[in-house]
Design a binder for this molecule. Sequence first.
Ligand code: NAP
Length: 538
Amino acid sequence: MDTAPDVVVIGAGFAGLYAVHRLRGLGLRVQGLEAADGVGGTWHHNRYPGARCDSESYYYCYSFSPELEQEWHWSERYPGQTEILSYLDHVADRFDLRRDFSFSTRVVAAHRDEDADRWVVETDRGRWTCRWLVTAVGCLSSANVPDIPGLESFAGRWHHTGQWPHEGVDVAGRRVGVVGTGSTGIQAIPVLAESAGHLTVFQRTANFSIPARNAPLTSEEAAGYKADYTAIRELQQGSTNGHPFVVSDVDVLALPDGERRDLFERAWDRGGLRFRAAVRDVLTDTEVNDAASDFIRTKIHETVHDAAVAEALSPRDHPFATKRPPIDTDYFATYNRPNVSLVDVRADPIAEITPDGVRLASGARHPLDVLVFATGFDALSGPLLRLGLRGSDGRSLADAWAEGATTYLGLGVAGFPNLFTITGPGSPSVLTNMPTSIEQHVDWIADLLAHLRDHDLDAEPTREAQARWAEHVREAADATLLPRASSSWYLGANVPGKPRVFLPYAGGFARYREICDAEAAAGYPGFAPRSRRRRASA
Ligand code: NAP
């Protein structure tokens, strides 16, 4: 097969669907490629028990269509995996997006053909060539399964949460082990505990978690959000992280003890990511963060009956929210169940997987029927690296990123002309509400492609612009407490051998948008647009 779209978009999640819609609207011929057999991206693959979004439903959705906003009905404060997947299926149908996608089509490599000034995209179902290549492969789509000796010998079933079987996994009455207590493990553990015979949680790092306070959305609440969408979207656009919350202006350190405790209690009752919005400066002021961290540790001790287990669950090695803060439903209380036990694998690491379970370094054995890896992802750079991209002069992306992933604005890479990366490393992406960032990135890329088409230009980031942006991304992270979580996936520290570079842009969504707008208004100098014809004759 050799067809010639103007643009190939890789991925059919939130980003790929909107990119196809938006770019098609410019009159471009667009071809979407998706490895899975349907739309959904993250929400197609993450079907583990308890999978639910941490952003609230009324704003974890597209804003580009007011009609869509009004006609779709969310049933709960936080949308579950099946509901988000239904939403994306609805979007694909409503905007007739499927006709431009080839599903069950995995990109195995892509390279620049400089003579033809095109990208050549190789898949397991044929080859496409295109002028522009747009990646919409997500930030958290490359599963990180730890390399533990003996895994292949395990006689039970094991699964990574991000590759959960569509038919589900029967854990009823079984001995289930979960490795990992990040956002995913913290969602899955309470649900697995309800049906497992025994659940063993292998914890390496204790985590701060805030109660989600999920509940059905009442019809009054839903109607209120629908009536308020203009104001909600404005708040998101002016925010640090794409959530429509007004951040408190109260200085918690100036409050007497009792009032401070009341403030934290009210924030705890509000639940979810609103907790953070109630505590000003929590990511920039160590003392404020200590106060919030102490409060959460106290809550853990109040909830968990066994004091030793409560202490093992209390984070002491990183400030609150410097690792992505999970939100939960009954996570800490789950450890009061008689069928749940906590194993500290920092103190006694997993030595090997045996046919019948897990053996720790001390020799202790935990027999298991099902083993769940909630061990996260090779974040941001991983999904791009596995596309096998080669830019000018045949240089691979892996080679270009040997010292760490760098981009310009998270949207392009020097040496890779006419490649555009939605939510790439260096974008605010995972530090924000994803649909908000995705729409901004796609709109910006669409404007750039229209400019390139109208003026017959190519574009790629200059090395200077990329180096300046890398420095700014580092400074933005250093202005916060985020780098203090030295084992965080934000830094690439969760994947052995991955270079340590702070990956997302921590300078805030609104500031990032202004920087992107200024770049566009100035004629995209960091992308150095150049004439296609002159280039061909040169
Ligand atoms: P994660 O945050 O990277 O957590 C992975 C967990 O596995 C950590 O507790 C980690 O311990 C542990 N781990 C990794 N390798 C291990 C090993 N070899 N032995 C023992 N423990 C090991 O991954 P995640 O929980 O999947 O979450 C990733 C991101 O996805 C989240 O931060 C969030 O952005 C997103 N997410 C969102 C939602 C939502 O919106 N509801 C839900 C789930 C995920 P260490 O901390 O010691 O490395």
